[in-house]
Design a protein around this ligand. Structure first.
Ligand code: FMN
Length: 172
């Protein structure tokens, strides 16, 4: 597990190789196994494997999403605010499970933040995506996870990366 954590990096360049159905299936199993406050399970996942839709999603905010147009796959992670007041936490955990299982499958991922981000001065990134994906307003969007085969290698971390001063014992 720790080796996987050291290896994982955000990947924004992907090859055009499609993701095998079994790999995607295991990634989605991971997403559905994430813990959920009060067992409410508010998360909804939209797998996007159509290039035209990923292209539309890549325009959801001015910075930090453009690379999505070259991803073979992405997963929109959303939560039903009517089902849980902590859908954000639930969706964040599920997104992390997706990223880690994808790494285990030899794939790369990158989190694209949607919540609290703007499409333009009038519209949020969330509203833009809700329209593109035909989603109701109560299904809030946390993030999009871009997934694909890594185009090139990115060095993993080693122990020198760890900011050990962030760990406190018994008192801050
Ligand atoms: C909550 C969150 C939001 C992020 N949003 C974006 C984003 O919108 N676009 C992007 O390219 N990367 C995004 N990232 C990836 C971070 O930039 C990346 O995790 C950070 O630079 C550390 O690099 P690493 O993931 O390779 O360890 C996000 C990561 C997190 C955890």
């Amino acid at each position: 597990m720790l080796d996987l954590f050291y290896k994982r990096r955000s990947i924004r360049k992907f090859t055009s190789k499609p993701i095998e159905a079994e790999k995607l299936e295991r990634i989605m199993q991971a997403s559905l196994l994430a813990p959920s406050s009060k067992s409410a399970y508010p998360c909804e996942f939209i797998i996007v494997d159509q290039k035209e839709i990923n292209e539309k999603l890549s325009a959801c905010k001015p910075l930090g999403a453009g690379f999505l147009k070259n991803a073979v796959c992405s997963i929109v992670v959303a939560g039903d605010a009517n089902k849980s007041d902590v859908w954000i936490e639930d969706c964040a955990i599920a997104s992390t499970f997706i990223q880690l299982q994808a790494e285990k499958e030899g794939l790369g991922t990158c989190w694209i933040q949607i919540r609290e981000r703007e499409y333009n001065e009038e519209k949020s990134a969330e509203s833009y995506i809700q329209e593109v994906m035909n989603m109701p307003e109560n299904v809030k969007i946390l993030a999009i996870i871009a997934i694909g085969y890594k185009d090139g290698e990115k060095a993993g971390r080693d122990e020198t990366f760890l900011k050990k001063e962030k760990i406190h014992l018994n008192t801050f």
